[in-house]
Design a protein around this ligand. Structure first.
Ligand code: BYC
Length: 471
């Protein structure tokens, strides 16, 4: 590992200068990335933004704060420190030394996993590109840009792996990552949730709560990978990811807090006229973002995931803390299923049920958010509660893709679904209403009326700090 030098074209801790070919290849990808950022990245012009830039991976280095002109932001390549004695923790190669190169027989699968991961990162930047124009405060605007630049860096992380370890095919895939676009009819992003719109800040907070949290769990499993460079890359990405989820968690907190406040002050549930978001609308947004994020875990049963695990490419969440043989060849798991017309559980081999295993970890984590938001409602003295919808609600991938299910888990006919869906998912009227509240507040220390201010600023700064200087 080397210390990153910000005078270099591509700051990195992977000794890029020792591999001229790789360096040149990445330097020729860099202008394409920058032109993608110019055309598909944040649209709001700024002078500078109070950003965290990773300058090293150690405890001191990775969170370096300062005002940075967005055009001068430097995306670097950072891998967590190597553990030279690291051994594979699971699958058929358990106990063998971790791989520093890609074994030929796993090349295609590893490349696919890296491409899917890489594809989500620029997708989210594309989805969020217009949000700056309607930011509810400078604090929120700064957080948006922080999330965006780090997703850009996570794209760099995957592109580094593609260039360094996958030859010409890897370089071609790296180009494709800039050519597919969120929502494009011809060349959409790979996974469903990344082709949805993020047109307003409630969607942004829900996205950073629910969809970034899928990122946390998927990166957690790739961090276990036998392919050491992927593992080290994901380990460092996870550090940055924590801030994105903080933005989502506290963002939804603040929307719920403000709505509750207005409900109590005016003794009514019908708060739209007061310029805040009614709880049923918040619930509908939650239903949508949660259900499309559940789809990101793939099918309840999957031979892909069984093969990834056995090969050592993708482990389980907190693999090393699991108390079993880490091979799972003889184990079973009960997975959610649709059997004889009923939503039920069915037993399958543990290996094919690994998407379900990961999805369950994720669901348990999501329940934590709902608990928080309900605590805010309870503390306001309100009886209303938010809830996660049923696992089979609004699913487009996996066992429940072909059926319609209510948020409380009743199987519905097509007609019942058509009648009910407007109560469960955001309607055009809901979306238009939420968008009507999205007026920019770009004045220092001020905030939009539909959201409460945060309890804490960034890096010890107060809420009214000049987080962003607009052009
Ligand atoms: N949309 O065998 P199955 C993040 C495809 S988010 C469209 O059940 P598998 C971030 C699947 O590809 C984390 N297609 O799936 C968050 C397969 O296609 P093929 C991103 C889907 O392979 C916020 C077929 O259906 N990282 O970082 O077991 C901001 C059968 O599927 C979808 C990863 O996901 C879908 N939702 O699991 C920024 C990690 N789901 O093979 C960033 C890498 C499935 O028949 N990816 N399909 O052509 C993986 O681990 C796995 O590929 C998946 C799918 C979990 C995605």
């Amino acid at each position: 590992m080397t210390t990153p030098d910000y005078a270099e074209k591509i700051p990195n801790n992977v000794a890029l200068h020792e591999d001229r070919r790789l360096q040149r290849a990445l330097e020729s990808w860099q202008p394409n990335f920058l032109s993608w950022w110019q055309t598909m990245g944040p649209t709001l012009p700024t002078q500078d933004v109070y950003l965290r830039t990773a300058v090293n991976v150690g405890r001191e280095g990775w969170a370096h704060f300062g005002h940075v002109p967005m055009k001068d932001y430097r995306w670097g390549i950072f891998l967590a420190e190597q553990n030279p004695g690291r051994r594979i923790a699971f699958g058929a190669h358990k106990g063998e030394p971790a791989w520093q190169k890609v074994p030929g027989e796993y090349r295609a699968d590893l490349q696919r996993l890296i491409v899917i991961q890489g594809d989500t990162e620029p997708a989210s930047v594309e989805q969020q590109r217009n949000l700056g124009a309607t930011a509810p405060s400078l604090y929120d605007l700064r957080n948006l840009f922080q999330v965006n630049v780090e997703e850009g860096r996570h794209l760099w992380a995957m592109v580094y792996l593609l260039h360094a370890y996958f030859g010409r095919e890897g370089r071609e895939e790296a180009e494709e990552l800039l050519h597919r676009n969120s929502g494009s009819a011809d060349a959409p992003r790979i996974l469903g949730a990344f082709n949805e719109e993020t047109p307003d800040w409630l969607s942004f907070f829900m996205f950073t709560y629910f969809t970034d949290r899928d990122g946390k769990y998927q990166l957690g499993t790739l961090k276990e990978s036998a392919f050491d460079p992927l593992s080290r890359t994901c380990e460092f990405m996870l550090k940055e990811e924590a801030h994105h989820m903080m933005v989502g968690t506290t963002g939804v907190d603040r929307v719920v807090e403000r709505t509750a406040q207005v409900m109590v002050e005016n003794d009514t549930d019908d708060v739209a006229a007061f310029g805040v978001i009614p709880l049923p609308v918040i619930q509908k947004y939650l239903n949508f973002h949660y259900s499309v994020s559940l789809d990101l875990f793939g099918g309840e049963t999957s031979t892909n995931v069984a093969n990834y695990y056995t090969a050592g490419l993708k482990g389980r969440w907190l693999e090393e803390r699991r108390k079993d043989d880490h091979v799972l060849a003889d184990d079973g798991i009960m997975v959610d299923a649709f059997v004889d017309g009923e939503i039920a559980l069915t037993e399958v081999p543990a290996l094919t049920g690994l998407n379900t295993d990961l999805r369950r970890e994720y669901i348990a984590d999501c329940e934590g958010g709902v608990k928080r938001w309900n605590r805010i409602l309870a503390e306001a003295g309100l009886p209303h509660r938010l809830a996660l919808p049923h696992i089979a609600f609004n699913r487009k991938v996996g066992a429940f893709a072909g059926i319609e299910v209510s948020p409380t888990g009743e199987k519905l006919s097509a007609a019942e679904w058509e009648r009910g869906k407007g109560q469960w998912l955001p309607t055009d009227t809901d979306k238009t209403f939420v968008r009507s509240l999205m007026r920019p507040v770009h004045e220092r220390g001020k905030i939009a009326a539909w959201v409460a201010p945060p309890r804490n600023g960034i890096n010890g700064k107060p809420f009214d700090y000049d987080y962003v200087h607009l052009s």
